[in-house]
Design a protein around this ligand. Structure first.
Ligand code: ADP
Ligand code: MG
Length: 417
């Protein structure tokens, strides 16, 4: 008898509380879960058969009914989440909690075995440092899913991570996901399917500029023009929003990543220095600007000398970086002007009394607001915390879905109804 030997009783709870054998306790839980599922399965089979008889409905309808109930049941233990599936960063907002995940949209894959080695921050650390058989991929290009399976795995990883500390062995969350404005039906479907396959029970899509505007608490449902420019990693989105819908929008594949490429090219061609992507990113943040600075900056930068092949350090100025990215900045300005030109005249008039808002990481480039304001002759403001506005917007919509349903895109499920 355990009691008589003075040993504590070896019940699962006892083991758990004593902390002596966690894995045994986990096994106990898993077998309980398995048994629970078995009982549930038989229970629902019986309910489904009863339904068929009583309501005189066919077995398929009763099966759907039972699945819906199961879905609701799992949903009870799942969290509602908003996801900003950005080209550069993926952010996850959990209802009632705020942003809980903010990681790069990067996945490291072992090409020999086809297995995923790391996702997010872990994978970012591997960029440029992997042997040939490990590839580090960004599954989204210009905000659009370019690698379906990897996007799905990445979403599943983030959804599971959010539910790690909660009582949910099979997370079935309701999710609101931001997609670039003007995506095709096929592209929309790809994001939706990836989210369903990753375990979501309901998927809602929202255009990213709309989410950014909601995140910045702009009055998107008023009958007045709200202009929002979201400069991300892979794309810049310009949108004019009124009465809960996008009235005019344009999207171009020039944004933060292109600025990095411009800097790499400039240094290679003009200064004979080869640098990698991470160095270009840090130079852009340290010295980059879109508009002349009151006091120009300068700093050292290290790379490989293209003449000698050896490491070299040079000094570079903010003026040079500005020159390097000037063509890309100009393309963004042209697109902004074109979108404003497409805006209906009644709404154009509103713009004189309102600001144009900037969001996304690219808006943090020094002088971006000034050069845009100089070009379009309208006041320009950067939203608070521009890197998180889309995720915060997705979260706000989730929390007020009844009032804000009109700002969502029609999903494939609704389209078939
Ligand atoms: P996405 O929505 O595509 O994931 P983000 O809105 O997260 O993009 O913005 C990421 C981009 O913002 C990157 O290209 C990054 O280089 C750029 N970025 C972030 N901070 C700064 C900064 N301080 N100055 C200039 N660019 C920045
Ligand atoms: Mg974004």
């Amino acid at each position: 008898m355990p009691g008589s030997t003075g040993e504590p009783e070896r019940t699962a709870i006892g083991l758990y509380l004593s902390g002596s054998n966690l894995s045994e306790f986990a096994n106990y839980l898993v077998s309980c879960y398995g048994m629970g599922l078995f009982i549930l399965h038989n229970f629902f089979k019986a309910v489904s058969a009863k339904l068929c008889k009583k309501k005189k409905i066919d077995s398929y309808t009763s099966f759907c009914y039972v699945i819906a109930v199961l879905n609701k049941l799992f949903g009870l233990f799942s969290k509602d989440i908003g996801i900003d599936l950005g080209t550069a960063n993926t952010l996850v907002y959990v209802r009632g909690k705020g942003i809980v995940i903010n990681e790069p949209s990067i996945v490291a894959i072992n090409n020999k075995t086809g297995t995923i080695l790391a996702i997010g921050e872990e994978a970012r650390k591997m960029v440029g440092r992997t042997p040939g058989y490990i590839v580090v991929v960004r599954p989204l290009v210009a905000g659009v899913v370019s690698d379906f399976e990897v996007t799905e795995q990445m979403l599943k990883y983030f959804i599971d991570k959010v539910h790690q500390e909660s009582f949910s062995l099979l997370p079935r969350p309701r999710v609101v996901i931001g997609v670039p404005s003007g995506v095709t039906e096929v592209e929309k479907r790809a994001v939706e399917d990836a989210a369903y396959n990753a375990g979501a029970r309901e998927v809602y899509l929202i255009e990213e500029p709309m989410a950014a505007a909601v995140g910045a608490r702009l009055p998107v449902q008023e009958a007045a023009a709200n202009v929002i420019i979201d400069i991300g990693g892979g794309s810049t989105e310009v949108a004019v929003i009124s009465m809960g819908g996008v009235v005019a929008s344009r999207s171009l594949r020039i944004a933060g990543n292109k600025f990095n490429e411009d800097i790499i090219r400039y240094l290679r061609e003009e200064r004979n220095l080869l640098i990698g992507e991470a160095t270009a990113e840090s130079v852009k943040i340290r010295l980059g600007s879109a508009y002349p600075l009151g006091e120009e900056l300068s700093g050292e930068i290290r790379g490989r000398d293209l003449v000698t092949g050896l490491p070299r350090e040079i000094v570079i100025t903010s003026e040079e970086i500005r020159r390097a990215i000037s063509r890309s900045v100009r393309s963004i300005l042209t697109e902004i002007k074109a979108t404003i030109e497409e805006t209906p005249p009644e709404l154009i008039a509103d713009l004189l009394s309102r600001s144009v808002y900037l969001s996304g990481g690219g808006s943090l480039l020094r002088g971006m607001d000034e050069i845009i304001s100089h070009e379009i002759k309208l006041p320009v403001k950067i939203v608070d915390d521009p890197l998180t506005s889309v995720a915060r917007g997705c979260g706000f919509v989730l929390e007020h879905i009844d009032k804000l349903k009109e700002v969502l895109l029609v999903t494939s499920k609704e389209a078939y109804l």
